[in-house]
Design a protein around this ligand. Structure first.
Ligand code: CTP
Length: 319
């Protein structure tokens, strides 16, 4: 595509690199920040060449019938069956159809949020997107509580809800989902084999407890399309992280996107330790080759977009 590959790159990493304690971190300014609306429109238009978030954010009921066999997106040799329960939870139409917002927050899960006091600011956005069913109530002052759209990798069942081994794990999960009311719960169920039991258990709990949450399951082409967009813009990311996926999708619905909780580095600018997640003790796996993500590269890219005022990336305290 001529326009995308033109000499003026949409995405450039222009931040100042600071080296502290062996890790590279980036400094950017938020003073006098104001959105560059024409750049936002240009980015939206370019992303639309690869995917239409209204459509690709979820498959719909008419896409499949119960009993259909699908190939996993990132493991084509393996298949899954569309069960009756899964089919009954597919939305009739895209949960994001015709939804537009002035300002949106995409909240990542970095420990940089702890002690940030960003809760109020995050909740003041028109639409708040969160990742992996991260807990909010205990951290409300720093992360807020509003959750209009929340993702859940199937691995969350194991990681945060004990694999639903006992009743109290299941109760905790049902309680967490009931707090979401009719927000969108986005479950990447067709990516890789391994989580199918978890997805089925989640579906069964939602149906049994008649939870109002609106389930959505990303289209089979979404991840390839997102990867294609970033690759074409010279950001070689094999497997975009949930946070980058959410930013990419949000460009379709939001005039102004504010990112919080994006900080894939073990130390802050002052050299103080930063937890990988604000709510658990998971370690920085992405420094090992086992990690599927390239979060530091993603961060540099988002930081470059901040500097061009295509989005606002908050990594400091809000008050
Ligand atoms: N994130 C970040 N810095 C961190 C942790 C997370 O920037 N220290 C951002 C990433 O964009 C990430 C998002 O916050 O995608 C949500 O965090 P997490 O739930 O850990 O994301 P996943 O991408 O789902 O990670 P994984 O595949 O390891 O579960």
């Amino acid at each position: 595509d001529g326009e995308l590959c033109s000499s003026r790159p949409l995405i450039n990493n222009s931040s100042k690199i600071i080296r502290k304690g062996g890790s590279s971190i980036f400094q950017h300014s938020v003073e006098g920040w104001k959105i560059n609306s024409s750049l936002v429109l240009e980015i939206r238009k370019n992303i639309l060449r690869f995917l239409d978030a209204e459509r690709d954010i979820s498959v719909v009921k008419s896409s499949f019938k119960p009993g259909d066999v699908l190939h996993y997106v990132l493991d084509r040799r393996r298949t899954l069956n569309v069960s009756q329960e899964l089919h009954s939870l597919l939305p009739e139409v895209s949960p994001m159809k015709n939804r537009r917002f002035k300002t949106c927050a995409v909240v990542g899960n970095s420990g940089i949020l702890l002690d940030s006091g960003c809760g109020k600011e995050i909740d003041s956005h028109d639409f708040v997107i969160r990742c992996n069913l991260a807990p909010v109530v205990e951290f409300a002052a720093d992360v807020g509580t509003k959750s209009d759209f929340i993702t859940m990798n199937p691995s969350v069942v194991q990681r945060a809800f004990g694999g639903f081994r006992n009743e109290s794990d299941r109760e905790k999960f049902v309680h967490r989902l009931s707090m979401l009311n009719d927000s969108v719960l986005w479950i990447p169920a067709f990516m890789v084999k391994g989580g199918e039991k978890h997805v089925e258990w989640v579906n069964a709990l939602i149906l049994k407890n008649k939870l109002k949450v609106r389930t959505a399951y990303p289209s089979l082409r979404l991840i390839h399309a997102v990867r294609g967009y970033w690759l074409t813009n010279k950001v070689p990311i094999k497997r975009p992280s949930t946070g980058l996926l959410m930013y990419t999708l949000a460009t379709r619905f939001c005039d102004e996107i504010h990112l919080y909780g994006f900080w894939p580095f073990p130390k802050d600018l002052k050299g103080k330790e930063v937890k990988y997640h604000y709510y658990d003790n998971l370690k920085y796996r992405y420094f090992s080759s086992a990690s599927p993500h390239r979060m530091p590269l993603e961060f540099r890219t988002l930081d470059g977009l901040h500097n061009r005022r295509a989005l606002k990336l908050t990594t400091e305290k809000c008050i």
